[in-house]
Design a protein around this ligand. Structure first.
Ligand code: NI
Length: 171
């Protein structure tokens, strides 16, 4: 599936909560999310990034280069540490753009799995940042929204410029 790039409206729109009536649609969507994410390649992808406004995200940090796919439906941060951590983030919707983002170092996330079971994951390190980044997507928030307006605009202008250059390059 093509990845929606910033500044697209759907990336700024809160995703709709998945209900029982969406089960079949979500089951069909998830393999496409994984395929798109692995192809990119990336470690996380949220449904709005492929133009689907549903609260679904997939993550795979590939520990030891082995797949460890995680599907989170209606994910929510239920607890966050007061301790903060800063790491460099990027996003498939802002290709080639990176920035240092500060977030809670540890989080507990509640979500439903593909079978509709309530689950919880406690995370720190890269997974904690990735979970928060993906949940942000479902709330219409990009990592650049954690930066000052000045830094955010620099990144958006650079992205637009790089896209224009790419489009004018001969194939
Ligand atoms: Ni992202």
């Amino acid at each position: 599936m093509p990845i929606v790039l910033a500044p697209a409206r759907i990336l700024k729109t809160k995703a709709r909560r998945v209900g029982a009536e969406d089960r079949a649609k979500v089951a069909a969507l998830v393999p496409h999310l994984f395929a798109t994410m692995y192809h990119a390649p990336g470690i996380g992808l949220a449904a709005p990034q492929v133009g689907v406004g549903l609260a679904v995200t997939v993550i795979d940090l590939m520990p030891n280069e082995k797949p460890a796919p995680l599907v989170l439906i209606n994910p929510k941060v239920v607890a966050a540490s007061s301790e903060l951590a800063t790491r460099e983030e990027g996003c498939l919707s802002l290709p080639g753009q990176y920035a240092e983002i500060t977030r809670p170092a540890q989080v507990t996330v509640g979500y439903q799995d593909l079978e509709g079971e309530e689950r919880r994951v406690e995370a720190d390190g890269l997974l904690a940042a990735c979970l928060q980044h993906e949940i942000d997507h479902l709330n219409g928030v990009l990592f650049i929204d954690h930066l000052s307006a000045l830094k955010r605009n620099i990144i958006l202008r650079r992205l637009a410029k790089e896209r224009r250059q790419k489009e004018t390059q001969p194939a």
